[in-house]
Design a protein around this ligand. Structure first.
Ligand SMILES: [Zn+2]
Length: 354
């Protein structure tokens, strides 16, 4: 069932973004007794028994199980999860897969999304072979190369004047006016069901890390990873949750104090008013976590380190490494800790380079 994160009202597992009270929803399932019944696939279908979708309607495009690489980084072990190796180049494929499966189950074949980045590319890639028409709302400053890629995947582009929040509002208005399904990954509870599988993989690959550092704007990966580890805890598989650290872009912070000077490089997390803010605050409380803000210079330095270490990622991905360095310097991560750093998006999409 779906359950409201504020009033607790329950709904059946159909495609739905909000509670009647206006708040966000999470999928809540019974019957996860133990972390068994894994299926013999080397992709996301391994975890189908833990997802709120039947096996009869699956998108033809399928997210991979990504590697987790351990690198000694000063006094700690950095566990880089290579999410940028997903088919569309980002972790978003996990959430998109579950979302598109749900849409197929309900015979929904025309949807609306706002994003000019990874979520749009992911939705376009998974919608095309599933026969779903995707209306994508983007801002005017979206790179032309990105737009032509989206169009070649059959997406219909709608331009919006204004900032990221304005694009979000226009997309929702359009969907309502046209009677189409709005699939906002910020709100969609099924998206988090997909991103939680990253935690299952990490657990199978390297066990439970001590810290999880996540680029955090709307919180789709932050909350997904938390939900995955939380379900493992509920199943009695793990004894404790890792400490969650939300890493945010300077100037766009929602959990940390807002900086004056914005970080223009980490555009993937430039979301100053995420709808799931309270849920993220609860995760920080529950795990004894904290928020770290990263500026442009720090992002550039971390990105350069990652390139030289063989990780070709987009700047938003680099903020977690910059945050880890800060926490080590402040003595907030103890020596010998195992620190999960998901590298969320590919650097191959940046035509101009950084
Ligand atoms: Zn409610």
């Amino acid at each position: 069932m779906l359950r409201c994160t504020r009033c607790g009202k329950a709904y059946p597992e159909t495609f739905r973004l909000r509670c009647d009270c206006g708040e966000t929803l999470l999928v809540e399932r019974e019957g996860y007794d133990f972390f068994g019944s894994l299926l013999p696939y080397l992709d996301i279908r391994r975890y189908l028994n833990f997802l709120p979708i039947g096996g009869n309607y699956l998108p033809p495009a399928i997210p991979a199980i990504t590697p987790t690489t351990s690198v000694q980084a000063g006094p700690v072990f950095a566990l880089f999860k290579l999410e940028y190796l997903q088919p569309s180049g980002s972790f978003k494929d996990r959430g998109t897969f579950v979302t598109v499966a749900k849409l197929m189950e309900e015979d929904i074949n025309e949807v609306v999304l706002d994003s000019s980045g990874n979520a749009a590319l992911s939705l376009a890639l998974y919608s095309l072979p599933a026969g779903i028409k995707a209306h994508l709302f983007v801002s005017y400053d979206t790179m032309p190369e990105k737009l032509s890629l989206l169009q070649s995947l059959g997406a219909v582009i709608h331009f919006v004047e204004g900032d990221r929040m304005a694009v979000h509002e226009k997309a929702e208005e359009f969907a309502e006016r046209e009677g189409l399904t709005y699939v906002s990954h910020w709100l969609n509870p099924y998206f988090l069901e997909g991103t939680k599988t990253a935690a299952f993989e990490v657990y199978e690959q390297v066990g439970v890390p001590d810290y999880v550092l996540v680029p955090t704007g709307s919180g789709t990966l932050f909350l997904g990873l938390w939900k995955g580890f939380k379900e493992l805890e509920k199943m009695g598989e793990i004894a404790r949750l890792p400490v969650f650290v939300a890493v945010q872009a300077a100037g766009y912070e929602s959990l940390c104090e807002r900086s004056k000077l914005p970080n223009p490089l980490a555009d993937g997390i430039a979301i100053p008013q995420p709808p799931r803010l309270k849920e993220m605050e609860r995760v920080l409380d529950e795990t004894g976590g904290l928020c770290v803000s990263v500026d442009e210079h720090e992002t550039r330095e971390a990105l350069s380190w990652l390139k030289r270490a063989g990780f070709l990622v987009e700047p938003t991905s680099a903020v977690v490494l910059a945050a880890m360095w800060k926490l080590i310097e402040r003595g907030e991560i103890s020596d010998g800790s195992r620190v999960l750093l998901p590298l969320t998006g590919s650097g191959l999409k940046l035509i101009e380079g950084i």
